[in-house]
Design a protein around this ligand. Structure first.
Ligand code: GLU
Length: 369
């Protein structure tokens, strides 16, 4: 028995010309999910489409750019989307549930754990949870923005074995196959770094209604595979391929779970929390952190950017400003301005109180690059 997360995007759910729901694709997806359930698998569906369906209902031909209009449109579309799912699933006697998440929900450790428990209960009850971002209330700066990222975080949350990202291309290519006949298909990615070596072209989605391009899908694969989830990018118009892939057929692009898996807490720090600031480190500190797995001390910091409090997430960057790690900081930006470059034993004198020995403790730090 596997736990399987399937993500379907607006470009697969709707007809790109008319904007109508692609009912045959949706039905085929639902039949596939029912088959998987009958084989004993637990299935979570991450479905976009709230904005797309909302536009269709309101007669809008283009996705609105204005955030409050988009939020209103999503509120219209989400209800209809769930009704379509409920009609089809219930005609095959499968109970579903709606889960709308925001990044803020997952950023608080207590609500993260709560969401985890709710998913577990639903899956134990034999329900298929259908997840979307809560577009209507999500704050712009804290949005996942695309459901690719959301699906990878949900895969981690439910401890999935598989994540299927259904999209408008059949697999990953070394260049865009729509305008480059020499584009080579990529069927297996053992390490994410392989893609940089191949210089894979990661253009944006061509359909006007979808959100993420290939970049967000690869990022999602990275998040999921470092959490031990096998990830597949495959054609959204042929959901029946999911069963074939589970039976070992080589369809789509498959990403192997990464050998070095990140523990749950560090994964959460690096992928769920939005960094509130940036710490620039000198070469010695970069080396100590990335090569020797050390904690970050005030002495290694050269510059501080952003406004944050202790316990917020921050980016740790090299002198050029490129991110090398993320972590939870033990001091606010105002405190760090006073102690950057200083030796730890001098901190109590400078601040007038004894703070933490480290600025970012290695237990709260994850190398990202
Ligand atoms: N949450 C958005 C929606 O349901 C979609 C985001 C995405 O397409 O990735 O319309």
């Amino acid at each position: 028995m596997n736990t399987i997360v399937i993500k379907i995007g607006t470009s697969s759910l709707t007809n790109s010309e008319t904007g109508n729901l692609a009912l045959s694709t949706i039905s085929s997806l639902i039949e596939t999910i029912i088959n998987l359930r009958q084989q004993g698998h637990r299935v979570v569906l991450v479905s976009s489409g709230a904005v797309g369906v909302g536009c269709d209902l309101l007669g809008l031909t283009e996705k609105p750019r204005n955030i409050s209009i988009k939020q209103a449109v999503a509120a219209v579309g989400q209800g209809r989307l769930m009704r379509v799912y409920d009609d089809l699933f219930s005609s095959l006697k499968q109970t579903i549930a709606q889960i709308l998440l925001t990044r803020s929900d997952l950023s608080r450790r207590s609500s993260y754990v709560n969401a985890h428990n709710t998913f577990q209960q639903l899956l134990q009850l034999g329900v298929v949870p259908i997840v979307n971002e809560n577009d209507t209330t999500a704050v712009e700066e804290l949005k996942f923005g695309d459901n690719d990222t959301l699906s990878a975080l949900v895969a981690r949350l439910v401890e999935a074995d598989w994540l299927f990202i259904l999209t408008d291309v059949d697999k990953l290519y070394s260049a865009d196959p729509r305008n480059n006949p020499d584009a080579l298909p990529i069927t297996l990615v053992e390490r994410i770094e392989q893609l940089q070596e191949l210089e894979v072209q990661t253009g944006e989605s061509v359909s006007g209604r979808g959100t993420g391009g290939m970049i967000t899908k690869i990022e999602a694969a990275k998040i999921a595979t470092t959490a031990g989830v096998r990830t597949v990018i495959t054609d959204g118009k042929i959901p029946t391929n999911i069963e074939k892939i589970l039976n070992g057929e080589s369809i789509g692009t498959q990403f192997e779970p990464q050998a070095q898996q990140v523990n749950a807490r560090k994964h959460w720090i690096a992928n769920v929390l939005v960094p509130a600031g940036k710490l620039y480190l000198d070469q010695g500190a970069v080396k100590a952190i990335s090569e020797s797995g050390k904690s970050l001390l005030a002495a290694g910091i050269t510059q501080v950017e952003g406004e944050f409090n202790s316990s917020d997430a921050v980016q740790l960057c090299n002198e050029e400003g490129e991110e090398i790690a993320r972590g939870l900081v033990n001091y606010s930006n105002a405190e760090l301005q006073k102690i950057l470059g200083c030796r730890s034993e001098n901190i109590p004198d400078i601040l007038g109180y004894a703070g933490a020995e480290t600025v970012v403790h290695r237990d709260n730090l994850l190398i990202t690059n």
